[in-house]
Design a protein around this ligand. Structure first.
Ligand SMILES: [Zn+2]
Length: 137
């Protein structure tokens, strides 16, 4: 059963039409950032992570490390960061994350998946099949 399901998935993926790199990039949802009190909230954080196929915990770790601020991922998919940060800073950091950990360097597709090992992360591109080795966070 599991094996058949996997084969079905593989077949589905292989039939996906290849997207234009530029349009794929534009498909990313815009981050919905607001500030409340002394905090910054990304309201659609989980939705964004779903779109880039990344574990929200990994993206949270990256973002909080870059901002050097504490924060919490909420059950409702929002990320609450302690401190006030402009949406420009958040967007710049998320762009950097996408370029480093999501976008295929070969074909620029955002349809990639990560496999994390103890010391290395490999990124496989679903569009062109390229495998890229990344530094762990
Ligand atoms: Zn690719």
């Amino acid at each position: 059963m599991d094996k058949n399901y996997q084969q079905l998935l593989d077949r589905l993926y292989s039939k996906l039409p290849q997207k234009e790199p530029s349009s794929a990039y534009q498909e990313l949802p815009k981050l919905n950032i607001m500030s409340a009190g002394g905090t910054t909230i990304i309201r659609n954080f989980e939705e964004y992570c779903d779109r880039i196929r990344r574990d929200p915990k990994m993206v949270t770790k990256y973002l909080l490390k870059e901002l050097a601020a504490p924060g919490n991922l909420q059950d409702n998919g929002q990320l609450i960061i302690q401190g006030k940060f402009s949406s420009t800073i958040i967007n710049t950091l998320m762009d950097r994350f996408v370029k480093s950990y999501v976008q295929c360097p070969t074909c620029r597709s955002l349809d990639t998946v990560l496999k994390a090992d103890k010391k290395v992360i490999t990124m496989s591109c679903l569009a062109c099949g390229a495998v890229t080795t990344l530094k762990p966070l």
